[in-house]
Design a protein around this ligand. Structure first.
Ligand SMILES: Cc1cc2nc3c(=O)[nH]c(=O)nc-3n(C[C@H](O)[C@H](O)[C@H](O)COP(=O)(O)OP(=O)(O)OC[C@H]3O[C@@H](n4cnc5c(N)ncnc54)[C@H](O)[C@@H]3O)c2cc1C
Ligand code: SF4
Length: 529
């Protein structure tokens, strides 16, 4: 059952629960996104008594077009998680289903050169599409209804990449989305799909887990994990910022379980382990974010970039710069008016003038596979009672970003853009595009982090897996080194940048790890008997 705040009063009356709900389980899973929901379903189906807690709320038929309210209710820090130096902003879901409830449905799995690197550098084998992982990826595709976006749903925003890329001799290709063919192109993915076309985890693995007997408690934030043969997860009620809290809600939960699975995402997961005093020095280190920058291109027709499925075309010709395996890829972003205003790098009247032409704007984005210099300069830490994120781009990653922005400008110009608004803070005016436009100058822009805008929707890798505790925080089965029966199953395990979007990787790896854990039920639960 899903214990939303509305159900608490009845539950308390039926079961004699006070402000504190103390319960025993086989496993407590923290976080209901791409990793946690899959783990909950898999373990419940294998007969484990599962308690899944989620900090955010459960929305039933309440997704609407109010950008401000939806951002506040569905995203962590209302969509503005900021790095300590305030140069990077990160989008993260905070709702039942986590980021899968708000993501843009691009469904990809990393290429071989990435999975080979996991094997060779970190001892993580079997992740290639042609290896054991292939079957988990396939199973995830089936459950999510992953399929090619049909041509008639490729919107004008994405067609800019398609047409501009083709004119330059690049290789733009159509993407797969996860909506079981039910998408009608309303363009509301980032605010929650109102017709439940997008197959987020609150429509898939969470119902599977509930059907198999799991207790799912939204609006409960894990504050700490106490280790021991039986562990204790302490959680507190977190109200929805836009809904009145019903009377009689349970204020605290204490879940006692021999096994804990942390699936709180790449920012909150390390912070939770650190404030609980768990894990080695790799917890929080080597945070990857796929740093993303954008060029707003103005056309002489209405692009309406919010309309239709957000992402249906990608250009990956820049993936493998100079054969290093590191590089960039190009997509578009479905910016609605509020995000466009926030992302507009111009100031004052100039910005307002451009925003008046919102319908003619297209947001092209360049995402970098970060980590080209061995390790990123990214870290999550819990200090002074606060989760802190440090992130600057390393020199090679920053150079790859400039290369990507150059290619993106060329693509937009080839597609007929009339002017381009660059993310560089020293450019106060849009740049008109002419037949003579040349964008080589981009390569000589500064690579310093505070000279252009960067955002992310893909934080990952901050509790990385490796076959050795000198190189990672969790082992290849995702168990925390030094702490038996504490697992991390979400985007945290991924030890390098992916070169593609992360939801399928997170889900298929969680499926593989949870299935293995499920098969060890006897031995794992015996520890506590
Ligand atoms: C706007 C947006 C667009 C995206 N588009 C794509 C895309 O098109 N394709 C793609 O592949 N990927 C995309 N992603 C990324 C993808 O959704 C994530 O990589 C993936 O969901 C990560 O899974 P996760 O389990 O690590 O974290 P999440 O799915 O974010 O889940 C973590 C959950 O844990 C909860 N939590 C955190 N701390 C606590 C705590 N202390 N107690 C209880 N609960 C807690 C959070 O509230 C959250 O619900 C996008 C992400 C965003 C935000
Ligand atoms: S584009 Fe619209 S209909 Fe399609 S999945 Fe997204 S929100 Fe749902």
């Amino acid at each position: 059952m899903i214990y939303t705040p509305d159900t608490h009063r009845r539950l308390r009356a039926e079961q004699g629960i006070g402000d504190l709900w103390e319960l025993e389980a086989d496993v407590c899973i923290i976080g209901s996104g791409a990793g946690g929901a899959v783990a909950a379903a898999e373990l419940s189906r294998a007969g484990w008594k599962v308690v899944l807690i989620e900090e955010g709320s459960h929305f039933i038929g309440q997704f609407n077009n109010d950008e401000f309210a939806m951002q506040v209710r569905l995203y962590r820090d209302a969509g503005w998680v900021l790095s300590e130096n305030q140069t990077l902003s990160i989008l993260q879901g905070r709702t039942l289903g986590g980021s899968t409830t708000v993501n843009w449905q691009t469904s990809l799995y990393p290429p071989d050169y990435v999975t080979n690197e996991w094997r060779d550098r970190f001892g993580l084998s079997g992740y290639g599409r042609d290896e054991a992982s292939g079957e988990f990826v396939e199973e995830v595709h089936q459950r999510l209804g992953v399929r090619l976006v049909p041509d008639h749903l490729v919107n004008r925003n994405n067609r800019i990449l398609l047409e501009g890329g083709r004119r330059l001799g690049l290789h733009p290709h159509r993407l797969r989305n996860n909506n079981a063919g039910k998408c009608v192109g309303l363009g509301r993915c980032g605010l929650g799909c109102p017709i439940n076309a997008k197959q987020s985890t609150f429509l898939t693995w969470i119902p599977d887990a509930v059907q198999a007997g799991a207790i799912v408690a939204p609006n409960m934030r894990a504050e700490s994990i106490e280790d021991g043969d039986v562990k204790t997860v302490h959680a507190v009620f977190t109200p929805d910022p836009f809904a009145e809290t019903p009377p009689g809600v349970i204020q605290e939960m204490r879940i006692h379980a021999p096994v804990v699975v942390v699936s709180a995402g790449a920012l909150e997961g390390p912070a939770l382990l650190q404030r609980s005093g768990l894990g080695n020095d790799w917890v929080g280190r080597n945070l990857k974010v796929h740093p993303t920058s954008q060029i707003l291109a103005r056309f002489d027709y209405e692009v309406d970039m919010w309309h239709g499925p957000p992402q249906s075309i990608m250009i990956e010709d820049g993936h493998n710069q100079e054969g290093t395996g590191y590089g960039f890829w190009l997509e578009v972003s479905p910016l609605r008016p509020s995000l466009t205003a926030a992302a507009m790098p111009l100031l004052g009247d100039r910005a307002i003038e451009e925003l008046r032409d919102y319908r003619k704007l297209s947001a092209g984005i360049c995402l970098v596979r970060d980590g080209a210099d061995g390790e990123t300069a990214g870290r999550v830490s819990w200090s002074g009672g606060k989760r802190k994120i440090e992130y600057t781009m390393t020199p090679t990653d920053a150079r790859n970003m400039l290369r990507g922005l150059k290619m993106l400008a060329e693509v937009q110009a080839a597609a007929g853009a009339k002017e381009l608004i660059f993310p560089f803070f020293d450019m106060e005016e849009p740049l008109p595009v002419t037949p003579e436009s040349n964008f080589d100058w981009i390569l000589s822009k500064s690579t310093a982090t505070n000279t252009f805008g960067v955002f992310s929707a893909h934080p990952h890798g901050s509790i990385q897996a490796a076959d050795n505790s000198a190189r990672g925080a969790i082992n290849p089965d995702f168990e925390l080194y030094g702490h038996r029966n504490i697992f991390v199953m979400d985007a945290c395990w991924i030890p390098t940048g992916l070169s593609v979007n992360p939801q399928i990787t997170t889900m298929s790896a969680a499926l593989r790890a949870a299935r293995k854990l499920a098969s060890q039920k006897g031995e794992r639960l015996l520890d506590s008997a």
